[in-house]
Design a protein around this ligand. Sequence first.
Ligand code: NDP
Ligand code: OXD
Length: 307
Amino acid sequence: MTVLYKADPVRGAQWSALFAQRAPDVPFRVWPDIGDPALIRYLVAWHPGDLVQTLPNLEAVFSVGAGVDQLDLASVPAHLPVVRMIEPGIVEGMLEYVSEAVLAIHRDLFDYALAQQARAWKPLPLTPASARRVGVLGLGMLGVAVLERLRIFGFDCAGWSRSAHTLEGVRCYAGADEFETFLARTDVLICLLPLTDATRGLLARRVFDALPTGASLVHVGRGPQLVADDLLDALARGQLRSAVLDVTDPEPLPPDHPLWTQPRVRITPHIASATRPDTAVDSLLDNLRRHCAGEPMIGLIDRQLGY
Ligand code: NDP
Ligand code: OXD
């Protein structure tokens, strides 16, 4: 049951060494060294391209990351399960990134960076965390973990998802009917939604205008969920105060894009979190064992919903 890896080659070498240690009986190959295509049973990939069609005995496709939007699901035959990556390394990175971003917004660090440029010593009043209303779009693996972490700081926490959830200490909202109410109580909006037809372009004027004036955005979902012109406009009008963007459309963001020069926008190059090979290999091996035993795999996506 050969596993084929097609993603970052440096990380591929790490995966290969870990497989050799932890599952020496499972042949592991790194693309383009695929050997006999008929022997490949499992593909672990970021952008598989048309590789899937060339592997006649494939039994499952695994995304190397938490999202699956980079896979062209329509090109994966319907009988093949598609599984996303659920592993603790991705969660840890996201907790650090979002905590830092929310605390930077909460403690007015955008204002102090501008004040420093002007050499202005200008203390602002402190707002208690309990008076800062944080709202997370998406209550999945990452959204729930982020809310648990933000609660420790004492923020007033809420989340929004497609279906109804119950989370201790978090006000949960669901579906289109409760979206506006969720937005109206959110000072710091964090996007942790998967990219699907339903979420593409969601972060647009309608949403920004439904937030309290002076709210901020932390976008760690996917670039095409954000309408950049609407964000620039909301910042120019003062409707939004600041934005932390880890994802953009396109990636990389072109050097002449107006977002780069916005003083109240902070951009990072899609590094909020990343799959960690040492923990991801264990998740994959567990799923391979489950698949062989006929048990449900962890992270199996619903192809109708697209996540
Ligand atoms: P999950 O699949 O575990 O959770 C997705 C959540 O989004 C669920 O709560 C789901 O609702 C909700 N959701 C999906 N569609 C809608 C919709 N139309 N309306 C309302 N809610 C919706 O995903 P993860 O938490 O693991 O990851 C989320 C995303 O984070 C990934 O898809 C990826 O895009 C991004 N990501 C970014 C990284 C980065 O470095 N910037 C790193 C890793 C991930 P329900 O619970 O009802 O199904
Ligand atoms: C992921 C990512 O989806 O890194 O895991 O964005």
